[in-house]
Design a protein around this ligand. Structure first.
Ligand code: ADP
Ligand code: MG
Length: 506
């Protein structure tokens, strides 16, 4: 469990995330303007009369966006509301031409209700994180303050693009239900899981750097073992995993210090400073905005039929949780399965390498997690298949790793030789593992005769150690194995070496 040491007690964290993902659609949530607002597009060229809030313009709900929300809801194992409403959330800011954002009212069921996602908890075991709701709403425009010394500019291309806001649930009525995020790492794994579900479904690019995924982070602390939920703060608009983790930790320590000095935490809205790594109060609860939600009179309630939900269910691809279950059925442990489903690109890479041969699964997983993950520059999970060799560093392909693993299990090479071949591949040696092995004469010696000769030589040359071994220092076996491996240029089959040495030293 993640805890922070205090002066008199240790503290644990309670974290709630409100995650916005931008829905991938051709047009905006309530208008026909293009929803593609990328930075290469000239400002204010994709703004309809509705987006610009011209008097008398009426919003028309984009059915495709609703379908995407339902899809994501199903991906979150959530209830889909058969009826939900749209409301106006009033606030005045130059990025919002309407003077209100069309969202779904907080007190009523939104399009997506209660659900859950599974992540790997800090104890390495699967953990369910409960979802309270996900609702559809409009994005705001973008203000640019850095183009002119005395003027600010507004770009409304993003205005009205559909967002889905996914909120985690805290079961305050059943505080012993601990299906919520309790550490910075779990927060990251939760966000990655949301991202991968969204990407697998094609619902959103869910890319934090591009801003198509953003999160508000709610944090509170409490003494370890306590079941109470204390006052939380909310840090707004976080756009990187690293900053989110840093903000959670900083904010938790800030609150702990307040409690330890006898103070109380107030329910403030915080801002995070990327350069300082600190949080500071943006507005206090007393200045909380009153959004004066009211039903949007221009929009009918959203009704969703069972048929529509059924039809969308038929189109659902395999999601990360199902992929993990499949990997576990192939013999991987939960940790491996979690690592290999961190992104759909990684799991596709793994599936390509295994290629239906389940005996490959465990060794491929081991190589990927312990070697490839340590050399991110040498494999590109996304492009590995088409860019076998790219630039200076060699890109390891799934096919090559599969061949390497097969060579080990066929006893053609031993683990040490495999590692050498692997390093040569990383260093830009051309050819397949088999070709490299041939080129460098790396063939495992399994011929007992040849190994026996080396074993005899090593035993003959180390009288003192043989005596020690025989008098009980069996830990010396490794010393003899090392000697034989050295004598055979690292080519002997270690299993055969071990077996022969044990026999001869007995
Ligand atoms: P608001 O209405 O202010 O948006 P919500 O009740 O919707 O607040 O909660 C927003 C998020 O904060 C949710 O993810 C919720 O689980 C989380 N949250 C609520 N109370 C706490 C708390 N005491 N500590 C940490 N997170 C909390
Ligand atoms: Mg809320």
């Amino acid at each position: 469990m993640f805890t922070i040491k205090g002066k008199t007690t240790d503290w644990e964290l309670v974290i709630g995330l409100e995650t916005h993902i931008e829905v991938l659609s051709n047009s905006k949530l309530f208008s026909g303007a293009s929803a593609n607002y990328n930075p290469t597009i000239a400002p204010n060229t994709q703004v309809s009369m509705v987006d610009a809030a011209m008097p008398g313009m009426l919003p028309v709900l984009n059915e495709f966006c609703v379908e995407q929300a339902i899809k994501m809801g199903l991906g979150l194992n959530a209830e889909i509301s058969r009826k939900s409403k749209f409301a106006r959330k009033q606030y005045f800011y130059p990025d919002l031409p309407q003077g209100y954002q069309i969202s779904q009212p907080a007190e009523e069921p939104p399009v997506v209700g209660r659900g859950w996602v599974e992540i790997m908890g800090d104890d390495g075991k699967p953990k369910k994180i409960l979802i309270e709701r996900a609702h559809l709403e409009q994005d705001a425009g973008k203000l640019k303050h850095d183009v002119h010394p005395t003027k600010s500019f507004a770009d409304y291309n993003r205005t009205g693009v559909a967002l889905l806001e996914i909120v985690t649930f805290l079961d305050t009525k059943n505080p012993e239900n601990n299906s919520y995020i309790t550490s910075p790492d779990e927060a990251e794994r939760y966000l990655r899981e949301i991202r991968e579900i969204a990407r697998a479904l094609g619902v959103s690019k869910a890319n934090m750097e591009e801003g198509s995924m953003r999160a508000d982070v709610n944090v509170s602390v409490r003494p370890v073992g306590s079941n109470e939920f204390r006052t939380r703060t909310e840090t707004k608009n976080m756009v990187s995993f690293k900053f989110i983790k840093s903000a959670i930790e900083y904010e938790a320590r800030r609150q702990i210090e307040i409690y330890e000095n006898g103070g109380t935490v107030s329910q403030d809205t915080m801002r995070y400073s990327q350069s300082e790594g600190t949080t500071s109060v943006m507005r206090s609860k007393e200045d909380a905005l009153d959004y004066r939600y009211f039903p949007d009179p221009d929009l009918l309630p959203l009704e969703i039929s069972d048929e529509m939900i059924e039809r969308i269910k038929q189109t659902m691809p395999e999601l990360p949780a199902a992929t993990r279950a499949r990997y576990i059925s192939m013999g991987l442990n939960e940790y491996d399965a979690a690592r290999l489903t961190e992104s759909t690109d990684i799991s596709k890479w793994f599936d390509t390498a295994v290629n239906g041969k389940s005996e490959r699964a465990k060794p491929i997983a081991n190589w990927m997690i312990s070697e490839l993950f340590a050399h991110p520059e040498n494999w590109d999970a996304k492009n590995a298949v088409d860019t076998a060799e790219q630039g200076e560093a060699r890109i390891i392909t799934p096919e090559n790793l599969a061949e390497l693993v097969d060579m080990i299990s066929a006893n053609e090479i031993n683990g040490k030789q495999a590692k050498e071949i692997f390093i040569k591949m990383l260093d830009g040696e051309s050819g397949t593992p088999k070709e490299i092995a041939d080129r460098f004469g790396m063939k495992q010696i399994t011929d007992t005769g040849a190994i026996e000769k080396a074993v005899d030589d090593v035993i003959a040359a180390n009288h003192a150690q043989v005596e020690q071994y025989k008098s009980g220092k069996v830990g010396l076996l490794g010393f003899f194995v090392g000697g034989v491996m050295k004598a055979t240029g690292g080519k002997a089959n270690p299993a055969v070496v071990n077996e022969l040495l044990k026999k001869k030293l007995a």
